[in-house]
Design a protein around this ligand. Structure first.
Ligand code: RAM
Length: 347
């Protein structure tokens, strides 16, 4: 029920939180005051470390800046750490360090469902609450997963967009992030199923991995186009991939001939929507995801929730959330951006 309500206000919330995320954190007192009534003073001791897939990824710059603002709104201490490249191996030492430091909570976007588990379990044994956000681990390696939107919804949105853009017929390819990324792989499986079940004239001819690295993604786009001369469309379910692919297409002969959609941030995609390289793409608000994750961490640390289905907690301006099956908290629905609305967003 609450999700229906949230869907109606999704556009307003996207704009509101986008502007909040871009504002310096001077005015956070009222947020902390209104939801700090029960645990305000105790939360001063909460330290929350955000560990994105990689640093320098604009998506995580947005999510983690909002997470910082939320942590500071309840008087906690925020830190962001992470590897330069999106690999699970690169994330493990940061988990170990956070456990040694005895932080209250870790908020992690996992580059692999299994590879972080030993380190996360050790952190958990040491008393650290573990929240995955954006990209999950296996469920038994964390207390809670904050999911941007259902995997089915994200997959269907991208297939619907490409189908519309290529007349529901022709060869398409996927340009993904890291090969083991939990979130992208879940979406890819569901996109394959959706194409097989509902789009008999669309043929998925290739899936390639740009590792959430701009140059690798750019090069993989070039390689896709030369390997598949009849390609009609590319789906890139990663903000790094779609931006790099758009940059490649925008100056190539394929501009306007090979459609590109997927998940992107409005600020990275604006010029490519305006120059006709891209018609429409989708995303949720990464800032909202960071905010929700920060409040979920607080609720676990102060004991408001354990992560059980039905547990409820407050997420500041985003409202109240309920933990679902498998200890998953759902943010909302993906939103579609095109030339009619892209100037309404600034993140
Ligand atoms: C990239 C990352 C992230 C994903 C977005 C859509 O920034 O791979 O995990 O959620 O794209």
């Amino acid at each position: 029920m609450k999700f229906r309500n949230r869907r109606i206000t999704a556009l307003a919330a996207v704009s509101l939180v986008a502007s909040l995320a871009l504002t310096a954190c001077g005015g956070s007192d009222s947020d902390g005051g209104s939801d700090g009534g029960s645990g305000g003073s105790a939360s001063g001791d909460i330290s929350v470390t955000f560990l994105p897939k990689n640093l320098g990824n604009p998506y995580f710059d947005i999510s983690d800046a909002a997470g910082k603002k939320a942590v500071e709104s309840y008087g906690g201490t925020y830190e962001q750490v992470g590897p330069d490249t999106g690999s699970a191996d690169g994330q493990v030492p940061f988990i170990n360090t956070a456990a040694q430091q005895g932080v209250s909570a870790l908020v992690v976007s996992a580059n692999d469902p299994e590879a972080l588990c030993d380190a996360l379990k050790e952190a958990s044994d040491a008393g650290v609450k573990v929240v995955t956000f954006d990209s999950d681990t296996n469920p038994d390696c964390r207390d809670l997963y904050v999911q941007a939107a259902t995997s089915e919804g994200i997959a269907k949105k991208q297939v619907d967009l490409i189908a519309e853009q290529i007349g529901d017929s022709g060869e398409v390819a996927i340009l993904s992030a890291a090969a083991n990324a939990t979130n992208q792989n879940a979406w890819i499986d569901l996109m394959k199923k959706d194409i097989a079940d509902n789009h008999p004239n669309i043929k998925l001819v290739d899936t390639v991995y740009g590792d959430d690295d701009d140059q690798t993604s750019f090069d993989k786009t070039a390689a896709l186009l030369s390997a598949h001369p009849n390609l009609k469309g590319i789906i890139s379910p990663t903000t790094v991939g779609i931006a790099a692919a758009a940059r490649y297409l925008s100056t190539s002969d394929a501009k306007g001939k090979v459609a590109l959609t997927g998940l992107g941030t409005p600020n990275q995609m604006r010029e490519f929507v305006k120059d006709g390289t891209v018609t429409a793409f989708a995303l949720w608000n990464p800032g909202d995801l960071g905010t929700l994750s920060a409040f979920a961490a607080k609720a676990l640390v102060d004991g408001t929730i354990k992560g059980d289905e039905g547990d409820k907690f407050d997420a500041g301006d985003l409202g109240s959330f309920t933990v679902g099956k498998d200890s998953v908290v759902l943010l909302g629905d993906p939103f579609t951006y095109d030339k009619s609305n892209i100037d309404d967003f600034d993140f």
